[in-house]
Design a protein around this ligand. Structure first.
Ligand code: SAH
Length: 235
């Protein structure tokens, strides 16, 4: 049964073990804090978040969910990591963020409960941690309203992404803990595009996220060879 099986306990544990540090901008979550303003702006430019009903799938400690709520969206963040969700909830209370809620439920289960309910669905840096990303894409497509938008981000699979995202980030520079990403689970843009097509999600825009490890700067570009994002629309 895909509903209960499309989760890897080892992957969940990686995030759970360090969940208390989600909001520490100098922790292993530093890259997510750094890319957040970039991805938030890109999403906002395309869907004008204010007033939208938004679902953030695999929200973790709520870095993106919280920031989308601060743009005026009505956000539900879901994850299967109970500790991360607690941290996200606490952060919302401490930071006084209105319009964000969190729930421990899979995208597949929520799709049975709230089909075609969201204007926007985001699923960032999560597909590469699940056994069957096709089922997550399918669930996101079921959750968004017809004509609504679904955003994905993940890591490309090629020699350069292996060198930069795994060898460089995890082993040479220690930006991420070792074992954060498993090469075989990375997803090529062509593969993600085909998963989207299978779910009636039309690809509208693609963006690359580049990083200079020396200056520790991130920026958006057309280079999707390592980290990249997709903007899609449900037909
Ligand atoms: N999307 C967030 C966090 C990315 S980290 C951001 O970009 O800021 C990856 C997250 O995916 C973790 O919080 C982990 O608990 C979650 N995750 C992994 N497998 C999952 C699954 N099958 N269902 C829901 N969440 C999952």
């Amino acid at each position: 049964m895909p509903l209960i099986n499309n989760v890897d306990p080892v992957e969940l544990a990686k995030f759970s073990d360090v969940a208390h540090r989600w909001w520490d901008p100098e922790s292993e979550f530093r890259p997510l804090h750094q890319i957040n303003p970039l991805r938030l702006q890109w999403i906002d430019e395309q869907v004008a978040l204010c007033g939208r009903r938004v679902l953030d799938v695999g929200c973790g400690g709520g870095i993106l969910a919280d920031s989308m709520a601060r743009k005026g969206a009505d956000v539900l963040g879901i994850d299967l990591g109970a500790k991360a969700l607690k941290v996200a909830q606490l952060h919302a209370i401490e930071a006084n963020t209105a319009g964000v809620q969190y729930r421990e439920i899979s995208a597949e289960a929520l799709a049975l409960e709230q089909m075609a309910s969201f204007d926007v669905v985001t699923c960032m840096e999560m597909l590469e941690h699940v056994p069957d990303p096709v089922l997550i894409v399918k669930a996101c497509a079921a959750l968004v309203k017809p004509g609504g938008h679904v955003f994905f981000s993940t890591l490309n699979r090629n020699a350069k992404s292996f060198l930069f995202a795994i060898v460089g980030a995890e082993y040479l520079l220690g930006i991420l803990p070792r074992g954060t990403h498993e090469y075989a689970r990375l997803i090529k843009p062509s593969e993600l595009a085909s998963y989207c097509r299978m779910s009636n999600l039309g690809l509208q825009a693609t963006k690359g996220l580049e990083h200079n490890p020396l200056t520790r700067r991130y920026w958006l570009s057309s280079d999707t060879s390592v980290n990249y994002m997709f903007a899609t629309k449900k037909t």
